[in-house]
Design a protein around this ligand. Structure first.
Ligand code: MEV
Length: 294
């Protein structure tokens, strides 16, 4: 039996603009994870693989599955990548406490956990670069033009300063970042949020390029602040990023209300995190001040 897991992620700065080539910053959430286990199947024919996840409402046999299904896709891609043809029937089970379609990277995390568990079954330890590439292939099925930030931060499990198609820059958090997450309860697929931004960009590229440039500049400044280890000013940058996310149309009334509530309660800054239109609001707070009364 092989087991593996992968973390959730949080985008601190630069979501959406990152799809258009601007930098973004993301961190892993190591305590919130997806887990995958591969074990001999008690019933299947040799070589057949069943994938089961109660959390993700999935139960399917790989040989019958549609490759649009993200779990089937990552299993098949990993088998092909490793040229691994199991001679026994296998059961792949997935457990995840990461909320789906909430901006926390559930899809990429599940993919990385499965790819790692299958590789372990084949006797390999999957390097982060390979886990990231495999998860990226699955992300592509779901939204045409992912930047690659989710699979990268999750596979490397380190803070990243990420620019699409550039050499990856990881960094260490030198101080403690106190963040409060609040759930809007709204669930929107990344593909939908990204498609909306694309459509508005296509209608008005010069305006959107200016907005993306401003987000990129905030992200670059935030990177310097994070590298310095003195986080003064980081909250204000988050709130400025949030205003721009509102301007590109990916905030929501609930995200705005939660950000306002956090600021009223003394947060240093607040913004959505991830694709937006719902999901989680993230607020930066002083240590010990995590009470928000919306
Ligand atoms: C999703 O976690 C982040 C987005 O920027 C999309 C992407 O980067 O592919 C919204």
């Amino acid at each position: 039996m092989s087991e593996a897991s992968a973390a959730a992620k949080l985008i601190l700065f630069g979501e959406h603009a990152v799809v258009f080539g601007r930098p973004a910053i993301a961190i892993p959430l190591p305590n919130l994870r997806a887990h995958a286990r591969v074990q001999p199947h008690p019933a299947g024919q040799p070589g057949q693989i069943e994938i089961v996840s109660e959390d993700l409402h999935t139960r399917l046999w790989l040989h019958e599955a549609d490759m649009d299904d993200p779990l089937a896709a990552i299993v098949q891609l990993t088998l092909d990548n490793l040229a691994f043809r199991p001679d026994k029937a296998l059961l792949v089970s997935v457990q995840s406490s990461i909320p789906v379609a909430a901006g926390l990277g559930s899809g990429a995390s599940v993919s990385v956990a499965i790819a790692r568990a299958i590789a372990a079954t084949a006797g390999f330890e999957l390097p982060p670069q390979d886990a990231s590439s495999l998860a990226f292939e699955v992300e592509r099925i779901h939204h045409g033009s992912p930047s690659g930030i989710d699979n990268t931060v999750i596979a490397y499990e380190q803070p990243v300063y990420f620019i699409r198609d550039h050499v990856l820059e990881t960094f260490e958090l030198r101080g403690v970042l106190n963040l409060v997450l609040a759930d809007t309860g709204e669930r929107v697929k990344t593909a939908q949020a990204v498609a909306g931004v694309h459509a508005r960009y296509d209608a008005n590229p010069s305006e959107y390029n200016k907005l993306f440039d401003q987000i990129g500049a905030i992200t670059a400044e935030a990177h310097q602040v994070l590298m310095s280890g003195n986080y003064d000013g980081l909250g204000a940058l988050m709130s400025r990023n949030q205003v721009l996310l509102g301007s590109i149309g990916v905030s929501s009334a609930r995200l705005d209300a939660l950000s306002k509530a956090a600021m009223k309660a003394g947060a240093q800054g607040a913004k959505l995190s991830g694709a937006g239109l719902g999901g989680y609001m993230m607020a930066m707070v002083e240590k010990g001040n995590s009470e928000v009364d919306p």
